[in-house]
Design a protein around this ligand. Structure first.
Ligand SMILES: [Mg+2]
Length: 357
């Protein structure tokens, strides 16, 4: 039986919630985040995106791109509430819901609780209910595998519904720009372009062997998706073993204050991710890679979950004290932080996080 997969993605989620709750922000360029030196934009309204403001962009850069940008501090309790509301709507149709973050999920509706034959009709109903219950818009993609459903939800964004039927998939994929392929990052796209691969059709001309040679393991993945083969199932309550972020520096870090500052930035980013993915863990791991590529990791396990920024910061600082600052040849190429040792109970979306930045 051909699978029926829906990918639902809220439009400019955090920013839309803020605009909904403060009408004076409607139609304005809004960034959710802190307008501080070391902060990053968590989300940008569509008005802000017109200026080139994007999520994960440093706030300082965003401000330069859009001088009239309004910064609003994040209200994660609200986002979490909306997340629960949309989750409840999904579960009216199926229990096969795989959340990717607070505002995004895959649904397998091949068989569903309402015995509705058309996945398109389900997607339409879900979008209407989301609008009715939350006052917010979501985009939906419908297709027969996860990859195509995800691409489809992005295709008519915002407030869109797009369907890729099995008989349309080949043509759709052939005409798609390779940088639109989910899983093809900027660097890979540039490499593909240099090889004359611009569209799905160009990618399709390559054999699996050729692509593996060029792109390693990912090559096989590209081969499969461009040929419409994606057999990954929708897995409810996806289990994550660790959640982390790391940064490779353009210039090696040599000074203590640089290291502390950069780590602080990474701590913020990790905490944003902890909130976004609702992933509370007890173990924090610091990864340090030196200029000579020697790698060091240090971990600490706490008796409690890392559920606030102060605790995260204090623990990271403690781990950082393992660095031999007196070494005159100290050169740090990469710093990374991750949280692990999740308590399964805490992964449930009902658990609330407090944000103390
Ligand atoms: Mg979204």
């Amino acid at each position: 039986m051909i699978s029926k997969i829906i990918h639902i993605d809220m439009d400019a989620f955090y920013a839309s919630v803020e605009q909904r709750d403060d009408p004076s922000l409607l139609g304005k360029a809004v960034a959710v985040g802190f307008d501080k030196e070391r902060s990053v934009v968590c989300a940008a309204s569509y008005e802000a995106r017109k200026f080139g403001v994007r999520s994960a962009m440093p706030s300082v850069t965003a401000r330069k791109k859009c001088p009239e940008l309004i910064f609003v501090k994040p209200h994660f309790d609200k986002y979490s509430k909306v997340s629960k509301q949309i989750r409840a709507i999904f579960e009216e149709y199926t229990d096969l819901v795989e959340p990717l973050s607070l505002d995004e999920a895959y649904l397998d509706v091949t068989t569903n609780k309402k015995n509705i034959n058309s996945a398109t009709l389900i997607a339409k109903e879900i979008r209407e209910k989301i609008k009715e219950v939350t006052g917010l818009t979501a985009s939906a993609g419908v297709s027969f595998n996860k990859f195509l459903a995800k691409i489809a939800s992005d295709y008519k964004k915002p407030d869109g519904l797009f369907v890729i039927k099995p008989e349309q998939a080949d043509r759709f994929l052939e005409e798609l720009d390779v940088d639109k392929f989910y899983g093809v990052g900027k660097v890979t796209a540039v490499k593909m372009h240099s090889l004359g691969i611009y569209k799905g059709a160009d990618l399709k001309k390559k054999t699996k062997e050729e692509l593996t040679k060029l792109f390693g393991k990912s090559g096989a993945y590209y081969y499969d998706i461009v040929n419409g083969n994606d057999h990954r199932p929708v897995v409810p309550h996806r289990e994550r073993k660790s959640l982390g972020t790391e940064e490779t520096f353009e210039k090696d870090l040599t000074k203590k204050f640089e290291i502390i500052t950069e780590l602080y930035h990474i701590e913020h980013h990790l905490f944003e991710m902890i909130v976004k993915y609702n992933s509370l863990g007890k173990t924090l791991t610091l990864k340090i890679k030196y200029a000579d590529f020697v790698q060091q990791t240090r971990s600490k396990t706490l008796p409690v979950n890392i559920d606030n920024f102060k605790l995260l910061h204090a623990t990271a600082k403690e781990l950082l004290n393992n660095i031999d600052y007196k070494n005159p040849n100290l050169k740090i190429r990469l710093l990374g932080l991750s949280v692990s040792n999740f308590n399964k109970e805490d992964l449930k979306p009902e658990k609330q996080l407090k944000l103390e930045i």
